[in-house]
Design a binder for this molecule. Structure first.
Ligand SMILES: Nc1ncnc2c1ncn2[C@@H]1O[C@H](COP(=O)(O)OP(=O)(O)OP(=O)(O)O)[C@@H](O)[C@H]1O
Ligand SMILES: [Mg+2]
Length: 114
């Protein structure tokens, strides 16, 4: 099992949600977060305005998938939907996940994901 975490522009929320829906991803968690990347001391476009990059509002997607094939599909979909080509488009992280438990059924790991 693999966890994918993507930190993206706020205004890409709907596009990314739609892109993940189109590939039938089963579960997603979305949060509003604050962050900064490499551009400290520079400006970045936020909702069409130039804003000094200290901590900027971003959206974080968290998705757990069952295989490397799904990892790649999910990352590709997010990258395509999140891309503008400007600084601040975001980053996608992925890592191995130890366990999943579906509380209702007590199913674990792969069974809990499908
Ligand atoms: N190394 C990191 N660790 C944790 N979060 C990060 C890291 N890099 C970026 N982020 C998160 O991703 C958000 C977007 O990062 P951003 O796209 O600005 O990365 P970048 O490395 O500066 O690339 P770019 O040059 O395209 O702007 C940041 O606001 C922060 O929340
Ligand atoms: Mg940046």
């Amino acid at each position: 099992m693999i966890k994918i975490e993507a930190i993206v522009r706020e205004d890409k929320l709907e596009d990314i949600k739609d892109a993940l829906g189109a590939i039938d991803v089963n579960g997603i968690t979305v949060s509003q977060v604050m962050g900064c990347g490499a551009q400290k001391g520079y400006t970045e476009l936020v909702r069409g305005q130039e804003v000094l990059v200290t901590l900027l509002p971003k959206i974080k997607f968290e998705i757990v998938v069952s295989s490397e094939e799904w990892e790649q599909k999910t990352i590709d979909a997010i990258q395509k939907a999140a891309f503008t080509g400007n600084p601040g488009d975001g980053k996608i992280f992925s890592y191995d996940l130890r366990s999943v438990l579906r509380i209702r059924t007590q199913e674990r790991d792969y069974d809990a994901l499908n």
